[in-house]
Design a protein around this ligand. Structure first.
Ligand SMILES: [Zn+2]
Ligand SMILES: [Zn+2]
Length: 435
């Protein structure tokens, strides 16, 4: 049996892994956003030869290239959870709209993907219980899954993106499985990556917002439309309700509101406690009197407010409505921007965190005076949690580390080797390994 790393190896983005045994199964099929998109190293012939494909969760670095499988002539099924299907549909439509003529696929291909989806519940083998695919809770975003493969007598676990801690809305990832081979993400795999407790991250966020509001400033919180966006909103809502955060209009911009609806429709995938709040109603975290939607395209109504909190895409400042807000608000020291998620190398978000005083937006240079800070909300596990996950896989012989920046992978490899005694490999993109 072989595993080929077609994307997402030594990088974050375009996750795509091919497992070839008696069947060919593709694990994820994403795009990578840099200055321009990069796609997995997957040719049409290989795409057509696949037996099955899996999408671990809706984020575009795992799902964004999947319709291209159908453009290439693939006719098989894509396995995913129901929330992943709903959220992927939303994201792909948006991607196509933004790409226009440059997209690697058409609406037709997206439709083909949607008619070829096979919904799997957590903890249930595909093919009426016979396998070879089973999902487990990954704790990363709504519907995110760890994939277990049982193929030709070998057990493989692919983590996708995982978060072992439970968040405001979701339970943490399942720990304690069995496998010969583990393919594990490593976004925050470096030893220095040690996440603070959720309540401390809340504190940093709320303190930073309150400081800006006291100065009559506006606060931009760029966020991933899916996952962080909903966690941030429910954090703001809860602190505002309790009075720890000044009562201020919260504007939802970009896809965040639509995704919020999907979260609510798929409430059975949320934490029990959140489900109960939705059911008993007057405490519904998805409905708040503070939530507002900008009325006009130029967002004038938002800028006319004395104070406002704006939660908007995109999380790493790659594009989307956050550009409009930055054009208007970046120049003033009164305003603030709080980055809440992972900022990949080369993105505007990373540059600003590193202290850049100007940024390029729509071919214009914009001066940055607003206060930039980071509240470490994260949907990924840190170094210690990743090692803990690997250590709790029974029968483990081989580990592949993916979905991380190259220079940071060595430390995680050493730690997992020490903790498990398994052979640990850091594959390069384009490599094929025997297992
Ligand atoms: Zn993700
Ligand atoms: Zn990812």
């Amino acid at each position: 049996m072989e595993i080929s790393f077609l994307g997402g190896a030594g990088e974050v983005g375009r996750s795509c892994i091919l497992v070839s045994g008696s069947e060919k199964i593709l694990l994820d099929c994403g795009v990578k956003f840099k200055e321009r998109e990069e796609f997995p190293q997957l040719d049409n012939k290989t795409a057509r030869s696949l037996d099955r494909a899996v999408i671990s969760h809706a984020h575009m670095d795992h799902s964004g290239f999947a319709p291209a499988l159908y453009a290439a002539g693939y006719t098989g099924q894509v396995y995913l959870t129901k929330p992943t299907r709903d959220l992927t549909q939303l994201l792909l439509a948006d991607y196509l709209r933004l790409q226009k003529d440059f997209s690697p696929y058409t609406q037709d291909d997206i439709n083909k993907l949607l008619t070829h989806t096979q919904i799997l519940e957590y903890d249930q083998w595909s093919d009426k219980g016979k396998g070879p695919i089973r999902f487990q809770e990954a704790g990363h975003i709504l519907g995110s899954a760890i994939t277990e493969l049982n193929l030709d007598g070998k057990k493989i676990i692919y983590t996708g993106d995982i978060n072992l801690r439970s968040s405001r809305l979701l339970e943490g990832a399942k720990v304690g499985m069995e496998a010969d081979v583990l393919i594990i993400e490593s976004t925050y795999g470096a030893k220095a990556n040690h996440h603070i407790a959720g309540k401390d991250a809340d504190r940093i966020l709320i303190d930073n917002i309150n400081a800006a509001l006291r100065n009559d400033g506006k606060v931009i919180i760029p966020s991933f439309a899916i996952g962080r966006g909903q966690e941030i909103l429910s954090t703001l809502e809860s602190f505002m309700r309790s009075g720890s955060l000044e009562k201020t209009p919260i504007y939802l911009d970009g896809m965040i509101k639509k995704a919020l609806k999907i979260y609510r429709h798929n409430a059975i995938y949320l934490k029990k406690e959140v489900q109960r709040r939705i059911l008993t109603s007057d405490d519904d975290p998805f409905k708040s009197e503070f939530y507002l939607i900008p009325k006009s395209k130029d967002r004038r109504d938002v800028f006319e407010q004395k104070k406002a909190i704006i939660v908007t895409t995109s999380g790493m400042l790659n594009g989307g409505p956050v550009f409009t807000y930055l054009e208007h608000l970046a120049g003033s020291k009164k305003n603030a921007m709080i980055l809440v998620g992972y900022q990949a190398e080369g993105t505007r978000g990373r540059k600003l965190l590193d202290g850049a005083k100007e940024i390029e937006l729509r071919r214009k240079t914009v001066e940055v005076n607003l206060k930039v800070s980071q509240a470490p909300f994260t949907a990924h596990s840190d170094h210690r949690e990743l090692v803990h996950f690997a250590k709790n896989v029974r029968g483990l012989k081989k580990v592949f580390i993916v979905h991380g920046e190259k220079e940071k992978l060595g430390e995680l490899a050493t730690a997992i080797r020490r903790a498990t005694g398994a052979e640990v490999v850091i594959p390069e993109i384009g490599e094929t390994h025997q297992i």
